[in-house]
Design a protein around this ligand. Structure first.
Ligand code: GLA
Length: 820
């Protein structure tokens, strides 16, 4: 449909010509119709994830070269995409965008010619606002000219961002801004893939089909497991909205950037393929390792992603962190993914009857990562490592006798404490294939110095289809073993088929060894619990529970009192910490969070199995209730919140744990230094561009320290506020900046900028998306994640100004700017 926009007559004629070609020979030399754009999810590269603003002609050309030399072009990767920061800060005298001549000496046209010469395509970045996210000229109100400029240069793909958007936040506004560019692109007459990048803010899956070829469904990805897991969780349920020419985009890939394990990167590739996601590489291909290239170049998964049926895999089941996806393929096969988002080995299973597979006596599975082929009778199942994904291409199988049966080797193991207590490992070998397997034996290979002894039989002579051999093992861990994660290798050997063919299946379970916290007084929210159970989404450190997603809470607020530290849980929660008899006391406030009045709730601190402190029933709106628990000699600390019905938002506010022999007045760790607290006024904070209007005033309406904060009102969307510093600030030794913020509308996006050195160079970080309107949050900016212009280093001893940027107009409150 979209292809026809702007050129309805030509499109109609060519489609009629197609129908008639069966009846009459086509006119001699008639040009074939152009292939539809993004009929399968676009594949390519974008520099942002690996290089940020540091983009230039050499990088883009060398990446195009690498597409060819690594074989990724042959694998299907086509688009080499330039992200933000490619232009000058001002438009040219003719109003056109100007490529930065230092970065692109031959202009974008020169790069396009080069990339096209390699048989590849070039993409560029623009923004449906007054400025891009990094502050370069945006295209709002310049759609026609910018689209034409890009078309003139030979651009084939546009990523169109959403910063500084002047939006009233309504979906109509989003549709208007993104349609304006759609129409401008159509008018150029050039085929340009249109990638809508508004972070899922206005639910583009409900309106963007027919406008963009793909739309981001989430905030920015980052190179860590929590980000990957959260994006999969958000994008997977959107399957019904995707199809040829209109794809859900869970963002560009991080594979190869170093922040995740190979298992996690394989999950990244597996799930992007299953979700029919655009495969946009985000790593430096000139230096990518063989392992990275093998993940990105996995032909089986690329075929699943690019399957011409164009169906995003549907979620068949999603329980306890284990997800099964089912994707139909054009040749009648189905791709089935078994995804384990939990932190330990888990067996993920699905009955073939629950998938779209047609009824058959047996099925053949081809593992997309190992290539191994096995058969199952009626359950597809595998022991999947923590954070791992197994993908099978599945089809009915007529004669299972010559194909190896699928045998799953699962295991469970509780946390281990070094010393005499030991622990129990349970292994389970299950035969999922048609036909009995024989001479089954399982072994467990623990780290040196440990012992693994079977307490129940570890052998069985015959295991029929769907039968399991379960074995309990005693595990002994030497007393001196440090806390950490240790692999235990498991192997099952057996024989299958009429010829008694020998085979093995292996798995690895990671044993978690725990030890007590270090000496000192510490915010409990900075210590990881060994286990944590919660009714709605995860337990949130330093914010209230919010909703089902990670990091979606507010500042903990009880009876109007704000706490910047604590644990946001719901009733029906239990947190377990290992103390090993080394801690003496927990001091905390508890209460029901103002964000969702419910209850009453009871908070109980257990020292092993005895109640060390309890709140009794606490009602909504009540002031925080203090609890002190004596933990002397306690091995396990448990925090439990309960109510008649689970799900009440229950906070542990400012809990502090004391371990070892430390004075009562020793500082609570990690230590934090207040930079601006607004108790005596505005501390000279100002609006950066006063011409746009706006005010900054001290305000008691929001504060997290003392009794005042700062209220910033900006009539227009998008303004910086902050202050230059008369004397440079020395933050040597600090690792992060923090401040507490209460913002207006959902979708507000902000940034932080730090000016360093004599030249007052800007180093920028942040860009956080607000999911809840009028919510409050501690913003944390790690110094090592703030990026500076080329040639500038963020010298923490020489900070000359701190600025905060907000993208929507209205009122915003800020308090307690601090370094930690
Ligand atoms: C936004 C986008 C990112 C990237 C940056 C560039 O954050 O979501 O993918 O393009 O802007 O500034």
């Amino acid at each position: 449909m979209m292809r026809n926009r702007g050129r309805p007559v030509a499109a109609l004629v060519s489609s009629l010509a197609l129908c008639w070609s069966f009846l009459t020979p086509p006119a001699a030399q008639a040009a074939p119709p152009p292939p539809p754009l993004a009929a399968t999810p676009p594949m390519g590269f974008n520099n942002w994830n690996a290089f940020g603003c540091d983009v230039n002609e050499t990088l883009i050309k060398e990446t195009a070269d690498a597409f060819v030399s690594t074989g990724l072009k042959d694998a299907g990767y086509r688009y080499v995409n330039i992200d933000d920061c490619w232009s000058l800060r001002e438009r040219g005298p003719d109003g056109r965008l100007v490529p930065d001549p230092a970065k692109f000496p031959n202009g974008i046209k020169g790069v396009a010619d080069y990339v096209h010469g390699k048989g590849l395509k070039l993409g560029i970045y623009g923004d449906a606002g007054t400025k891009t996210c990094a502050g370069y000229p945006g295209s709002l109100g310049h759609e026609e000219l910018d689209a034409q400029t890009w078309a003139d240069w030979g651009i084939d793909y546009l990523k169109y961002d959403n910063c500084n958007n002047q939006s009233d936040g309504s979906q109509e506004d989003y549709v208007r801004r993104y349609t304006a560019m759609r129409q401008a692109l159509d008018r150029t007459g050039r085929s340009i893939v249109y990638s809508i990048c508004e972070w899922g803010t206005s639910r583009p899956w409900t309106w963007a089909k027919g406008i963009g070829h793909l739309w981001r469904t989430t905030g920015d990805i980052s190179d860590n497991w929590a980000s990957l897991r959260s994006i999969i969780r958000q994008n997977a349920p959107l399957a019904p909205y995707a199809g040829p020419g209109h794809w859900n985009d869970p963002d560009m890939m991080e594979i190869g950037n170093g922040g995740m394990t190979a298992t996690e990167y394989r999950t990244h590739m597996s799930m992007w393929a299953m979700m029919a996601a655009p495969l946009i590489i985000g790593t430096d291909l000139r230096t990518a390792s063989a392992e990275t290239l093998a993940i990105l170049g996995n032909r089986e998964l690329i075929a699943i992603d690019q399957d011409r049926l164009g169906v995003q895999g549907a979620v068949v089941s999603d329980e306890n962190g284990l997800m099964v996806l089912d994707k139909p393929l054009a040749n009648g096969d189905r791709a089935i993914a078994l995804y384990n988002s939990t932190d330990t080995l888990a067996t993920v299973s699905v009955a073939t009857g629950e998938t779209g597979l047609r009824d058959a006596g047996a099925y053949r599975l081809t593992d997309a990562w190992t290539g191994a082929t096995t058969q199952v009778k009626s359950t597809i199942s595998a022991a999947v490592p923590a954070h791992g994904t197994v993908v099978y291409r599945v089809r009915p199988l007529r004669d299972p006798t010559t194909v190896a049966p699928a045998v799953a080797l699962g295991a469970t193991l509780a946390t281990l404490v070094p010393g005499p207590a030991g622990g129990t490992l349970t292994t389970a070998v299950t035969n999922r294939g048609v036909g009995t397997i024989r001479d089954v034996a399982v072994t467990a290979d623990a780290p040196e110095g440990w012992t693994a002894t079977p307490a129940t039989p570890a052998r069985r002579s015959r295991l029929a289809t769907d039968a399991t051999l379960e074995t309990a093992w005693r595990i002994d861990v030497p007393a001196s073993t440090p806390a950490g994660r240790y692999p235990i290798d498991l192997t099952a050997s057996y024989r299958w088929g009429p010829t008694h063919h020998p085979a093995t299946t292996s798995s690895q379970i990671i044993a978690t060894v725990v030890t007590a916290p270090e000496d000192g007084r510490r915010h409990l929210s900075t210590i990881s619990p060994v286990t944590s159970v919660n009714a709605t989404g995860p337990v949130e450190p330093d914010q209230s529970n919010g909703g089902p997603l990670e990091n979606d809470g507010n500042l903990i607020t009880i009876g109007g009192q704000v706490h910047t530290r604590g644990l946001g849980t719901t009733t029906g929660s239990e947190l377990r910490y290992y103390l090993g008899g080394r801690c003496s006391r927990l001091v905390t406030d508890v209460g029901i969070d103002d964000e969702a009045p419910g209850g009453p709730a009871t908070f109980t601190v257990y020292a092993d199995d005895t109640v060390a402190a309890t709140s009794g029933p606490v009602t909504a709106g009540e002031a925080p209730k203090p609890l002190t628990a004596d933990l002397t000699g306690t091995a396990w600390l448990r925090l439990v919140a309960e109510s008649a019905t689970t799900g009440t938002h229950a906070d542990w506010a400012s809990p502090v744990l004391t371990c070892g022999d430390v004075p009562d007045d020793s500082p609570v760790l990690p230590e934090s230094r207040t930079l601006f607290s607004f108790e005596s006024g505005t501390e000279d904070f100002t609006i950066a561009n006063p011409g746009d209007g706006g005010t900054v005033a001290q305000s008691p309406l929001f504060h997290t320290e003392g009794t005042n904060g700062l209220k910033v009102s900006t009539p227009v969307a998008g303004n910086w506020f902050g202050r230059p510093l008369a004397t440079p600030l020395d933050l040597t030794g600090a690792t992060m900046l923090k401040f507490d913020l209460k913002a207006g509308d959902a979708g507000t996006v902000g940034e932080i900028a730090i000016q360093v050195g004599e030249g007052f160079s800007w180093c920028q970080g942040g860009l956080w998306t607000w999911t809840n309107a009028h919510s409050s949050r501690t913003i944390t900016e790690r110094f090592d994640q703030i990026s500076c212009p080329t040639g500038i280093t963020l010298d923490r001893s020489d900070i000359r100004a701190v600025w905060v940027f907000l993208n929507t107009g209205g009122e915003v409150f800020i308090d307690n700017i601090r370094a930690e």
